[in-house]
Design a binder for this molecule. Structure first.
Ligand code: MBD
Ligand code: FE
Length: 298
């Protein structure tokens, strides 16, 4: 079976590019790459040309996700597999692929109407080392684990599971959380490499296509610095520091300039070979500021 190998890049639509530049560099430690296009800038996390593109827009939401496959042969195999699954997709023109800094790309919409792109051949800037936007003790965890993970608005969980399954992701329910109304919330997680999950959904009604993006530091002290800086600026924290049961990462969730959440973390374990589920987290993640679509008791 053809399968994507990593969540390689994201496109973000944002109303305030200046606020994003300040936040991305000074709070998170990402590197801004500006190619003078005016309506967008790039954010680097490693030796790739970019991992995130921030596009000037009337909305503050996820624009697209980019899933990597190994090479042109894997790309062709994926296209055949999507056809066989009855999924409609468009192969990008050379100009569209070049805009993404990849050698080939196709795109299709998920059941939740999220634009998913599949690409091969990322542009890697071997002569331009990653230069963090603020001092970092270490680096971001990327490599063959991709850029991080996203929690998405996919209201039809079985349809989403079938869709992302056709891209080659695996996963299932990992949390069953009793709700105040007597119902049980089930959170669904999917992975395509050692990163414990690259996407998740099922967290309840969402205002935006993205609830949060998780980025992981290699050093605990970089998470601590991010926490100090974000606290010092009075940025909303939706969930306080805590440790998840599934990826066992120490993380906290704070607001981006787009009003969705950034989960910054450290210390995640790798994906397990066999499914488990949990009734809550190990410690922390206490809700602090509501209204960010993650008003669940982990
Ligand atoms: C996560 O990364 C997460 O965002 C939630 C809600 C639960 C477990 C792991
Ligand atoms: Fe998360």
């Amino acid at each position: 079976m053809a399968a994507v190998t990593e969540l390689g890049y994201l496109g973000l639509n944002a109303t305030d590019l200046d606020a994003w530049k300040v936040y991305a560099t000074q709070c998170v430690g990402l590197e801004v790459l500006n190619e003078g296009e005016g309506d967008r800038f790039y954010l680097r996390m490693d030796h790739w040309h970019h991992r995130l593109v921030v596009h000037e827009s009337a909305e503050d939401d996820l624009a697209y996700m980019g899933w990597r496959v190994a090479d042109a042969a894997a790309f062709d195999a994926m296209a055949r597999q999507l056809d066989d699954a009855g999924l409609e997709f468009q192969v990008a023109s050379d100009a569209e692929a070049a805009e993404r800094r990849v050698l080939g790309m196709l795109h299709l919409q998920s059941p939740g109407d999220i634009r998913n792109e599949v690409f091969f051949g990322a542009h890697v800037l071997t002569r331009q080392p990653f230069h963090p936007g603020r001092p970092l003790f270490g680096r971001f965890v990327t490599g063959d684990q991709g850029l991080g993970h996203c929690i998405l608005r996919e209201d039809d969980v079985p349809a989403a599971a079938a869709f992302y399954g056709a891209l080659g992701l695996n996963g299932g329910v990992e949390y069953r959380l009793p709700m105040p109304d007597g119902n049980v919330a089930e959170l669904y997680f999917m992975h395509c490499n050692d990163r414990q999950h690259s996407i998740a959904y099922g967290a309840g009604p969402q205002a935006k296509r993205i609830n949060h993006l998780m980025l992981e530091y290699t050093e605990l002290d970089d998470l601590g610095l991010a926490h100090d800086i974000i606290r010092g600026r009075g940025i909303d924290v939706a969930l306080q520091l805590g440790k998840h049961s599934n990826d066992q990462a120490l993380t906290f969730y704070s607001a981006t300039p787009s009003g969705w959440l950034m989960e910054l973390g450290w210390g995640a374990r790798k994906a397990l070979a066999q499914q488990e589920y949990y009734g809550g987290d190990i410690f922390g993640h206490k809700p602090e500021t509501g209204g960010y679509g993650l008003d669940i008791e982990l």
